[in-house]
Write a protein that binds this ligand. Structure first.
Ligand SMILES: Cc1ncc(COP(=O)(O)O)c(C=O)c1O
Length: 387
């Protein structure tokens, strides 16, 4: 079956990139091609274009086709982690002296990459509230080459108008990159909204089972793709064939998992909003969310992630984590199991306290990755832990 354009998301998630190879065996599932290198019958003719597994591997190629299809992109590259995708992309499109405008509520590892690594190579970054378009416009400079956006953001779940930001980037000559990890390609496709590049930690919703670390970059811009592909081979941050197999397998159920994640997250968000122990619940599906209307326009559903601020601060937050039984306290997100974490001391601990507080990431904030269990059990777990 040809899983190309015209087919709906759920069908492409199952089939894209995995057409049976009738000339070989007709496997309906792409095999794990463990070969490090590929023999050729003629020295000048690599068999089916395959040379060496850092450069290309059939299991990885199948995954890349699927990932391109899910983000409506012409090209995709799979990496050994989300950070490997980010690093390879940034080293491919930036040079010393370039400036980046990034959201002020980003995954901590992305901020660390800008502040601790890229700064040493002469790349600087400014952080702005990307929900305020005038702030984005003001931050753009002549040397701004890239706009880096997360929507929903991590961990405050704010929603940025991707179409408007990408238009601003285009007008000033900066490419817009969207980290679409929190939404997943099922909920939004940033390239359709004008972004040039999408990155993912496939460790999260795309893999979906917390059993493999991986990353991806998708684009329809041939020049950007070629530059990153060149550097992927030069730098070597490639996923193993087994990792690609797990990610391919996980991605088949992305559509059905996301529907359940969203349904459960809504139930949890509504419960927390009614609880007197929280001063604020950040979930784009709640009417109280400042960008509720934008989220409705931009996303198919509001997602499986939320955060909430406990009135009792750090002590109350840590007490809640200790008492939960179904939610496991762990970093990461997007797996079938529900996770909870304390951003100030876990995922965002690498950001200075001053920067965290300036951006509204307080010590009482708790982040939930709501899984696909029965929502009654999740709410009961919270009710019991909150006393
Ligand atoms: C939004 C976001 N982007 C990127 C990353 C980095 O991905 P990885 O852990 O696969 O390197 C993460 C990891 O938590 C993330 O949450």
């Amino acid at each position: 079956m040809a899983a190309g354009k015209g087919l709906k998301f759920g069908t492409r998630a199952v089939h894209a990139g995995e057409e049976p190879d009738f000339a070989a065996t007709g496997d309906v599932v792409t095999p794990i091609h463990m070969s490090a290198t590929f023999a050729r019958s003629d020295a000048e003719k690599p068999t089916k274009g395959l040379e060496y597994s850092r450069t290309g591997n059939p299991t990885r190629l199948a995954l890349e086709k699927r990932l391109a299809s899910l983000e409506n992109a012409k090209h995709a590259l799979a990496f050994s982690s989300g950070m490997a995708a980010e690093t390879t992309l940034l080293l491919s499109v930036l040079k010393s002296g370039d400036h980046v405008v990034a959201g002020n509520d980003l995954y901590g590892g992305t901020v660390r990459l800008f502040e601790s690594t890229l700064k040493r190579f002469g790349v600087t970054a400014s952080y702005v509230d990307t929900t305020r378009l005038s702030d984005v416009e003001e931050a753009l400079r002549k040397d701004t080459k890239l706009l880096w956006v997360e929507s929903p953001s991590n961990p405050l779940m704010s929603i940025c108008d991707i179409r408007a930001v990408a238009r601003m980037g285009q007008a000033s000559g900066a490419m817009t990159v969207v980290d679409n990890t929190f939404a997943s390609p099922f909920l939004q496709n940033p390239l359709d909204l004008g972004a040039t590049v999408v990155v993912h930690s496939t460790t999260k919703y795309i893999g979906g089972h917390s059993d493999v670390v991986g990353g991806a970059m998708m684009t329809s811009d041939r020049k950007v793709h070629d530059a990153v592909r060149f550097n992927q081979n030069a730098l070597g941050a490639v996923p193993s064939p087994f990792d690609c197999f797990l990610t391919l397998r996980g991605s088949k159920t992305l559509a059905v998992r996301m529907e359940r994640h969203c349904e459960n997250a809504a139930a949890v968000a509504e419960f927390l909003e009614r609880s007197p122990k929280f001063s604020r619940v950040n979930y784009p599906g709640l009417r109280s969310h400042p960008q509720f209307e934008l989220a409705r326009r931009q996303m198919r559903m509001p997602g499986g992630m939320l955060s909430a601020e406990m009135k009792g601060g750090m002590r109350a937050a840590k007490d809640l984590l200790r008492k939960l039984r179904v939610f496991a306290t762990a970093e990461s997100l997007g797996g079938v199991e529900s996770l909870v974490e304390h951003p100030a001391s876990m995922t965002h601990a690498s950001i200075s306290k001053e920067m965290r507080e300036r951006n509204g990431l307080t010590d009482g904030l708790v982040r939930f990755s709501v899984g696909i269990e029965d929502s009654e059990d999740l709410v009961a777990d919270l009710r019991s832990a909150l006393g």
